[in-house]
Design a protein around this ligand. Structure first.
Ligand SMILES: Cc1cc2nc3c(=O)[nH]c(=O)nc-3n(C[C@H](O)[C@H](O)[C@H](O)COP(=O)(O)O)c2cc1C
Length: 330
């Protein structure tokens, strides 16, 4: 008798299965269609768009600057569209609008710390507004056919760490998952992420919890999971130029050809999506991170100066031949 091979989901977001426990963070300017394709190939288990302001979604036509953020690749599931705003009814209308792009999940950004967003009560500016949080999750979870989730911080500042209260309100009003970056709004990216608070959140709610903040290596993934009991780990900055983290491979153990295989593939995705030369120009910020701390870093200025894709690829080949003579792993 032949046995069927079945793979169990790692966890569910209401009825949406998630296979895997490491997830690329939503990152404006980075987690676009091409980079998500790469991270997905290496094992990222959920696919968040960059955040989209509700105002861009409420006109007759979606604002073109943000329209691209709603794109997905075929087969990209679960696909999570992240929106932000400071008004529950606008958030609902925007969420209803983005259903056209067929998200599996809609996520509300409650973590953005920039003054432009949090200063007007959106992003992390929602954390001190429990009534707004309750209204938003009640409205969205009752009127949408897909699960609604939120990505929060610890609170506004050291004296207002109210993540417990906010998480309970979210859960009571229909949130299907909570992701938390273990810092306050005022901390922005300073200091250390508080993983003990993520463990505390895990004990506070019964919906799945994603832990986030300062995961830099595969060992950190295991440490965060062990210390917090979170259902999955979200990786942001350390994933830039490092999609191997989703395969639990340490970048320090790779060879230069491994790195260049990903670089070429990522560039091909960028050019296919943004065109030539826009894809190459937008790829530069990624390239800096790919080559940082490798033996090829000295080639960066020459590569960054080119805006012709065939010339760029030829220079990459030249670089690979020259650097391969070098015995160091990276
Ligand atoms: C350049 C950049 C853009 C970001 N954009 C978003 C965003 O659009 N939505 C969001 O929820 N968080 C955003 N974040 C926050 C990350 O998702 C994540 O919470 C934060 O970087 C902490 O995780 P890390 O220590 O793994 O980087 C952004 C962070 C960075 C560095």
């Amino acid at each position: 008798m032949t046995e069927m091979l079945t793979v169990e989901p790692t966890f569910y977001v209401n009825n949406v299965p998630v296979y895997g426990d490491v997830i690329l963070s939503p990152m404006a300017g980075y987690s676009d269609v091409p980079y998500r394709a790469l991270c997905r190939a290496y094992g990222s288990a959920m696919h968040y768009t960059e955040f989209v302001p509700v105002e861009a979604l409420l006109g007759r036509r979606v604002h073109p600057r943000f329209g691209q953020r709603l794109d997905k690749q075929a087969g990209e599931r679960p696909f999570v569209i992240q929106i932000f705003g400071n008004d529950a009814h606008k958030l609902l209308r925007a969420a209803q609008r983005v259903l056209e792009w067929e998200p599996d999940i809609i996520d509300v950004n409650m973590g953005c710390s920039t003054r432009k967003v949090s200063g007007r009560g959106a992003g992390a500016g929602m954390m001190p507004q429990p009534d707004l949080v309750a209204d938003t999750f009640r409205l969205l979870s009752t009127h949408l056919p897909v699960p609604v989730t939120g990505k929060i911080r610890l609170g506004w500042d050291e004296d207002q760490k109210n993540y417990r209260e906010i998480a309970r309100i979210m859960e009571d009003n229909g949130a299907a998952l909570i992701a938390m970056h273990g810092r306050t709004k005022v901390q922005k990216y300073g200091g250390q992420a508080d993983w003990a608070a993520i463990a505390d959140l895990r004990q506070t709610v019964s919906v799945p919890v994603i832990g986030n903040g300062d995961v830099q290596t595969p060992a950190d993934i295991e440490r965060m999971k062990a210390q917090t009991g979170c259902d999955a780990v979200m990786v942001g900055r350390a994933a830039i130029g490092n999609p191997w983290i989703f395969a639990r491979r340490d970048k320090a153990t790779l060879t230069l050809p491994d790195v260049l295989t990903a670089v070429r593939r990522h560039l091909a995705e960028m050019v296919a999506y943004y065109g030539d030369p826009d894809g190459l120009i937008q790829f530069r910020k990624h390239l800096k991170q790919y080559l940082a701390e490798t033996t090829a870093v000295g080639w960066l200025p020459a590569l960054l100066a080119l805006d012709d894709v065939p010339e760029w690829l030829a220079l990459m080949d030249e670089m690979e031949t020259a650097v391969s003579a070098n015995p160091l792993p990276l």
